[in-house]
Write a protein that binds this ligand. Structure first.
Ligand SMILES: Nc1nc2c(ncn2[C@@H]2O[C@H](COP(=O)(O)OP(=O)(O)OP(=O)(O)O)[C@@H](O)[C@H]2O)c(=O)[nH]1
Length: 672
């Protein structure tokens, strides 16, 4: 949660006004320079021609040695965004209290779930006052430009984290003083460690009654070999210890290493679409400088653009007209869609006289789950198509292809980074675009090899013939390496759960006397459906879990069809491991029996593998219609009942002759 989440939403508003009225020179160690910036802004504002005004912040005062780029990483809810807000307040970038969640105009989905979904950048100006004095030992304290990147904590969005780290030289590794090291602390530590970043441990929430900073220091030492004396103790809530954070950033994180005199090389970190300004690219200038009006080219697409507007996120879009080596900011180039802005791309000057070597870039985002999305009402297809197009403009990590289902009509097959990502996407479609959707059981991408030697990635079970055994010679399923951290008393039930889910233990160790750390290889399919809830429930919520994708492994897979009155429903087909097919088939038909209402005729629900029926349930026929309840001739009552029936019908999908309620598709999500 925090101010940074709001930034991308409010791009269309000028930040000048908010800067003006939120500025309080007494509230923090704000630099003289920023004060003059604000004064200049005031003059600009009063002349009411700020749109024509030249860039005001002079970034040339910040050579790389006065720049620090850092990220805040942590397990979910350990307080990253709250800490980010406090640092923005401390530097006068936002007014105290502005970062309070209730004030913010954030995405509804983030507010409701209390999670960060998108990494956000903010530039702060900070005067590193030496021991409270502007001068010490004849040395004047310096003004620094600090770029802070707040990252999401949930595993689905770890791609955002690794991308953010590419623009940083260091991180604040935030750990909750009561909860200690958790699964995502481990995952995020290794992301930073493998990228050779400086790591500053921050033990946060020390105000909590159950806080035990010494125990957490011990964990940091035993797990990561971090020196306990390096840990900063903070409470982002009460403000205790925050004064040590930015001085530590300046002292312990190295400046960006780029070469000012070299040709421009700029890393494209992220992009999003703004209705008024088009595509806004977040960039890190690695070498050289970028000026407004420069002609620039993309190494990935070869296309050229003009840098029409350049600036920093301070904390919203603030034009500066230039970005120098080591600085992080935004550029608007007139790109029409975010598809042109390839994340990880290298941007250079079109007329560069030397051959610019592209930067390493990033691994492409990997889609872990796929699911079909259909309009609840078939006539809403165009509206859904429009909503998906708009939403994917700001979430390029979703893949979309058209799909046709016999049962559900025209729709889309979408690929997501994980189940939470999928849920967030659905929720945003419904909340921001009013779309009513039916989604099919999420599936993972399997690989099938056919007798003719061809290999195919199968993202949709319906795409497989009902009896694939005839042609399939082998299949593989994706696996993940899962990290689980939990109190030692839960080890037994967790190991049982993991072996039921076909897991293979790779590592088992103690973090301290009470907490255990385990690594398992698991088939991705086994964690996609209801794994996390079950893990939480058997550990009373004390286990934390993270995973990274790993290799494919050979697997014995079968396609499980669901038949209603003898007709296979393509949108209900699923791929399961052979060893579980009978149990899953039985559970599916039982669930469907509970949610499919009795109709005027008998409904037979069957699960089948090829032509073999493995489970069956019957919904008996109903003898009366709704009006039969209506004795006498009360016309208003009759109308009411018919209306009610009509409403109910809207939430139904007709599959053959059977009306299937939307819940039926949701229920299928819960069978693993
Ligand atoms: N007691 C206490 N609560 C805190 C402190 N810092 C943050 N919190 C609370 O912890 C909860 C999670 O804080 P966030 O800042 O949203 O955590 P986060 O790590 O950004 O969460 P994600 O973005 O979902 O990963 C919120 O309710 C905060 O108010 C602290 O120092 N003390």
């Amino acid at each position: 949660m925090g101010f940074l989440r709001k930034a991308s939403k409010t791009l269309k508003q000028s930040n000048y006004v908010s800067l003006l009225f939120n500025f309080n020179p007494l509230s923090s160690r704000i630099t003289h320079e920023r004060f003059s910036i604000t004064r200049a802004l005031f003059c600009t504002q009063s002349r009411q021609n700020y749109t024509k005004e030249k860039a005001i912040i002079d970034l040339s005062q910040y050579p790389p040695e006065l720049v620090r780029n850092f990220s805040i990483i942590a397990h979910v809810d350990h307080g990253k965004s709250t800490l980010a807000d406090r640092l923005l307040e401390l530097t006068g970038t936002i007014k105290k209290g502005l970062g309070q969640p209730q004030y913010l105009d954030k995405l509804q989905v983030e507010r409701e779930r209390g999670i960060t979904v998108k990494a956000q950048t903010a530039t702060m100006f900070y005067k590193n006052i030496i021991n409270g004095d502007d001068f010490k030992d004849g040395k004047e304290s310096s003004n620094y430009l600090l770029n802070l990147i707040d990252t999401p904590g949930h595993v689905d969005f770890s791609y955002e984290v690794s991308r953010s780290l590419a623009a940083c030289q260091g991180v604040l590794l935030v750990v909750d003083a009561a909860q200690g090291v958790q699964a995502q602390t481990v995952a995020n530590f290794y992301l930073a460690f493998e990228s050779n970043l400086a790591i500053i441990p921050v033990i946060n929430k020390i105000d909590q009654p159950t806080a035990d900073p010494d125990r957490v220091k011990g964990q940091l030492k035993s797990m990561f070999d971090l020196d306990p004396s390096d840990a900063l103790l903070t409470s982002a809530k009460t403000g205790v210890g925050l004064e040590h954070v930015l001085p530590a950033v300046i002292e312990r994180i190295p400046p960006p290493p780029g070469k000012s005199e070299s040709s421009l090389r700029m890393l494209l970190l992220d992009s999003y679409f703004d209705e008024y300004r088009g595509v806004i690219c977040h960039v890190a200038v690695v070498d050289g400088a970028l000026r407004k009006g420069d002609k620039i080219s993309s190494a990935a697409t070869g296309k050229s653009y003009e840098a029409m507007d350049i600036g920093i996120m301070h904390p919203e879009l603030t034009p500066t007209g230039i970005l120098f080596t080591g600085q992080v900011g935004y550029v608007i180039t007139g790109m029409r869609t975010t598809k042109e802005a390839r994340i990880g791309d290298t941007i250079y000057h079109t007329k560069s006289t030397v051959d610019v070597e592209p930067l390493p870039g990033f691994k492409a985002a990997k889609h872990m789950v796929f699911s079909g999305l259909f309009p609840a009402d078939g006539s809403d297809f165009e509206a859904l198509s429009h909503a998906i197009e708009k939403l994917t403009c700001n979430d390029a990590s979703v893949s979309v292809t058209k799909e046709t289902s016999t049962a559900l009509g025209l729709g889309f097959r979408c690929g997501f980074l994980g189940l939470l990502h999928m849920d967030v996407f659905h929720q945003r479609l419904e909340q921001e675009y009013g779309a009513h959707i039916i989604s099919t059981v999420p599936t993972v991408p399997y690989i099938y090899e056919y007798s003719d030697g061809s290999k195919l990635e199968v993202q949709n079970p319906a795409a497989l013939p009902s009896n694939p055994k005839q042609r399939v010679v082998a299949c593989w399923e994706p696996t993940v390496i899962a990290t689980i951290v939990m109190p030692s008393e839960y080890v037994g039930p967790v190991i049982t759960l993991l072996s039921e889910r076909r897991g293979e233990q790779l590592e088992y160790s103690f973090i301290d006397s009470q907490r255990v750390f385990m690594k398992y290889r698991l088939p991705l399919r086994e964690i996609v459906i209801d794994f996390y809830n079950e893990l939480k429930s058997i550990t009373s919520g004390y286990a934390s879990f993270d995973y990274e994708d790993s290799d494919y492994q050979p697997s014995d897979l079968v396609k499980l069809d669901i038949l209603l009155n003898g007709q296979a429903v393509d949108a209900m087909a699923t791929i399961v491991h052979n060893s579980k097919s009978y149990r899953v088939g039985r559970e599916l038909v039982e669930k469907l029996k509970k949610v499919i209402d009795r109709q005027m005729f008998e409904i037979i629900i069957q699960a089948a593998i090829g032509s073999k029926i493995i489970a069956r349930e019957t919904v008996t026929a109903m003898r009366k219609n709704v009006l039969a309840k209506c004795y006498g001739g009360d016309i208003t009552r009759k109308k009411k009942l018919l209306e009610k029936q009509k409403e109910g019908k809207k939430r139904m999908k007709r599959v053959g002759s059977v009306d299937v309620p939307q819940e039926a598709f949701h229920e299928l999500l819960k069978v693993s």
